[in-house]
Design a protein around this ligand. Structure first.
Ligand SMILES: NC(=O)c1ccc[n+]([C@@H]2O[C@H](COP(=O)([O-])OP(=O)(O)OC[C@H]3O[C@@H](n4cnc5c(N)ncnc54)[C@H](O)[C@@H]3O)[C@@H](O)[C@H]2O)c1
Length: 320
């Protein structure tokens, strides 16, 4: 794969894995990241690194870039509820500046990290892209606002764009893995219990209308997700904003995840039942038919034990 790509947020979890896939495919990669939640050492070897903010993207973007892959954002749902302004400023304001810089520089292709949180509480599962979008928190609302902004940019200014709505991203790819601080994602949290960093895992609600009473989510391996980004770069068409869900179409409950971590790590994982969290839907499972049909995407790492094993190996390596 030839070409030069700007990866915003490439020092973070997903962006670093996608940057690595781009490099492995032969592309030239420039990472732009302000290290607000990312790590300098997360930037893969071979990528150029600019420590900077997407709001200043005009300083570095020029017509030598073929496309932008845009991961930079704040993504803590709970924080977005108490500090919504932080999310509108960074996620929406930052993307507006980035789109302006792309327009000025004549860079006319974008792949954007959207989220299942744009849908809110689904009326039907699996969730298709035409489902109502009624986010239940400012994080999801900020991502939905950006999706609308991108649609306008495609219609008015000919941008070719693909928004990928991730479900629960998990697993690791070599030395690129999940290290959010604070961590809010289930698999790394349960692995912290296995490592002795936490006493128990809190299970938020065991009275949902699901087979075992706990919430059901669709876990997708970060390497499968990365492959979809490379396909999206090929699929982006001038003037079109394509939106694709990315998930495996299989739901696993919190209890199934905890049990899988017990099996993979060999550690007992104590559970503590806690009250439900507001705005947590019972079931979030993707229909990824659009990604299969429009991108030709075929996830190949859907096995939950394999996803957990990769995340465990990464967590152990970091701890060791
Ligand atoms: N991890 C998931 O399960 C998941 C699910 C759905 C959507 N997403 C989206 O995917 C993207 C990546 O998520 P992640 O889990 O890798 O998060 P992350 O926090 O690990 O990475 C985000 C990166 O963006 C950088 N950043 C933030 N604001 C910036 C700014 N203004 N300028 C420059 N850099 C900035 C951070 O320093 C960080 O390196 C986010 O947009 C997130 O909303 C993630």
């Amino acid at each position: 794969m030839s070409g030069k790509y700007l990866v915003t947020g490439g020092a973070g979890y997903v962006g670093s894995v996608v940057a690595r896939h781009l490099l492995e495919a032969g592309a030239e990669v420039v990472v732009l990241d302000n290290l607000s939640t990312g790590f300098r050492e997360g930037v893969p070897t071979g990528a150029s690194f600019i420590e900077g903010d997407i709001r200043d993207a005009a300083k570095w973007l020029d017509s030598s870039f073929d496309a932008v892959l845009h991961f930079a954002a704040f993504s803590q749902v709970g924080e977005s509820v108490v500090k919504p302004e932080k999310y509108w400023d960074n996620n929406v304001g930052g993307t507006m500046a980035l789109l302006g810089a792309m327009r000025e520089a004549g860079v006319r292709k974008l792949v954007f990290s959207s989220t299942a949180a744009t849908y809110g509480e689904p009326k039907e599962v699996p969730i298709v892209e035409s489902a109502p979008t009624q986010p239940t928190n400012p994080y999801g609302a900020s991502k939905l606002a950006v999706d609308h902004m991108i649609t306008g940019e495609a219609v008015a200014h000919g941008l070719g764009a693909v928004s990928l709505r991730y479900f629960n991203v998990a697993g690791a790819y070599g030395d690129c893995g999940e290290r959010h601080d604070p961590e809010s994602h289930l698999i790394p949290l349960v692995l912290q219990v296995a490592q002795g960093k936490r006493d128990a895992i809190s299970v938020y609600g065991d009275d949902y209308p699901t087979p075992d009473g706990t919430c059901v989510r669709d876990y997708i391996h970060v390497a499968d997700l990365a492959e979809a980004h490379l396909l999206a770069l090929e699929a982006a068409q001038p003037g079109e904003h394509l939106i694709c869900n990315l998930g495996n179409g299989n739901g696993f409950s919190v209890r199934q995840v905890v049990e899988t971590v017990r099996q993979v790590t060999g550690h007992p994982i104590p559970e503590v039942i806690a009250p439900r969290r507001g705005g947590d839907p019972a079931v979030l499972v993707a229909s990824a038919d659009t990604a299969r049909e429009r991108l030709g995407w075929k996830p190949s790492r859907a096995d939950l034990a394999g996803i957990v094993a990769d995340a465990w190996e990464f967590a152990q390596r970091r701890a060791g």
